[in-house]
Design a protein around this ligand. Structure first.
Ligand code: TRP
Length: 352
């Protein structure tokens, strides 16, 4: 697990990776994957089909997996993080239940890796204020923020995210669409650092899931904080209740038409993802059954698909010390990598 073994992403063409990211990712050489989830609540089905499933798949193909739990990102849009350590443990629970192997993966928190955080300072010097204020994801988060003022961290966290990715010289980052602007910031920083000092960092590539985006049950963006998401750990009854309340439309004939029938199509997509089928085929099967049958079908599909994961999750939840041990071991490994990179950065910049 040395930082030096990470390769640059130049051995793959962009066309290859868009055609089939997983195949392209595993095609050539050693790759280090880094991704993460804010410790602000449990993961939901959108996370699962958007990135979590990909991570497990990539790990099972032998790629090295790093997962950051970015606790400093939890204070970008709220005054205080609500029980960040507890949420971090819940995330570990979700990861392990989904099949991440903690022996091979490095799961760590921002706040426990000082050398990673120190990279923020030189990295901030590599981007302009104009670039930071153009970031569309940051703009959207400001629009939905619970604060009356916008903090400096809100504007600069994408640079910190670059440190998350570059401290371990990760070259592949499985993320959702909303993270692409941050990936661009990371690539810019890597390129400028390499140009200005010494070539140290690969320019990482995003690995977008091929699964289309799932919406929340209210038709908006699925989100931990908007109460519109089925969590991985939800019970079968909670799942049924949430999906019963999902927004649909009055047309009893069920068709897959994401543009004109977003609510209905979202439930079809969810069913299709759980059953590894085509959403049109699910729609044809329901036919004139209406929204009620559609919701029952989706509920059964979700509860069936997630039953083993949820059983594993409940088993693991019985012993919190295991979760803490996974984080301690991950933090120790991340610190060793970050210290090594910071030493290289100091040498490249000519500082102490
Ligand atoms: N910004 C990501 C989110 O909101 C979380 C994150 C932090 C992340 N650091 C990362 C994702 C590094 C990928 C790589 O979900």
């Amino acid at each position: 697990m040395t930082a030096e073994t990470a390769t640059t992403a130049t051995d793959r063409t962009p066309a290859e990776s868009t055609a089939n990211p997983l195949v392209a990712a595993t095609a050539a050489g050693h790759h280090r994957i880094l991704t993460g989830d804010r410790p602000t609540g449990p993961l939901h089905l959108g996370h699962y089909f958007g990135t979590l499933r990909n991570r497990v798949e990539l790990q099972s193909r032998g790629l090295e997996l790093m997962i950051v739990i970015p606790d400093y990102q939890a204070i970008t849009d709220r005054d205080r993080a609500d029980r960040p350590a507890e949420h971090a443990e819940e995330l570990v629970l979700d990861y392990l239940a989904a099949g991440v192997d903690p022996e091979r993966a490095t799961i760590f928190t921002h706040s426990a890796v000082p050398a990673l955080n120190q990279l923020l300072l030189p990295f901030l010097s590599l981007v302009s204020v104009a670039e930071l204020s153009r970031n569309p994801t940051v703009k959207d988060e400001i629009a939905h923020s619970r604060q009356s003022t916008v903090s400096g961290l809100m504007f600069t966290y994408p640079v910190h995210q670059a440190a998350d990715i570059l401290f371990c010289k990760a070259d592949l980052v499985p993320v959702g669409q909303d993270q692409l602007p941050h990936l661009e910031v990371t690539r810019t920083i890597a390129r400028r650092f390499n140009d200005r000092y010494t070539t140290l960092f690969p320019e990482p590539q995003a690995l977008l899931s091929r699964a289309p985006l799932l919406l929340g049950t209210d038709g908006g963006k699925m989100s931990k904080s908007r109460g519109n998401a089925v969590t991985l750990g939800a019970t079968a009854d909670e799942t049924a209740r949430l999906l019963r309340g999902a927004v649909t439309d009055p047309d009893r004939h069920i068709t897959y038409d994401p543009e004109h029938r977003p609510g209905v199509s979202n439930l079809l997509l969810l069913t299709a993802l759980c059953q590894d089928r085509d959403p049109h085929a699910v729609a044809a099967e329901i036919g004139n059954g209406g929204a009620a049958l559609l919701k029952r079908t989706a509920t059964e599909a979700v509860n069936e698909h997630f039953r083993p994961l949820r059983a594993r999750r409940a088993e693991l939840a019985a012993d919190r010390t295991v979760l803490r041990e996974v984080l301690h071991a991950g933090n120790a490994r991340a610190n060793a990598v970050a210290d090594r990179t910071l030493t290289e950065v100091r040498a490249a910049m000519g500082t102490f």
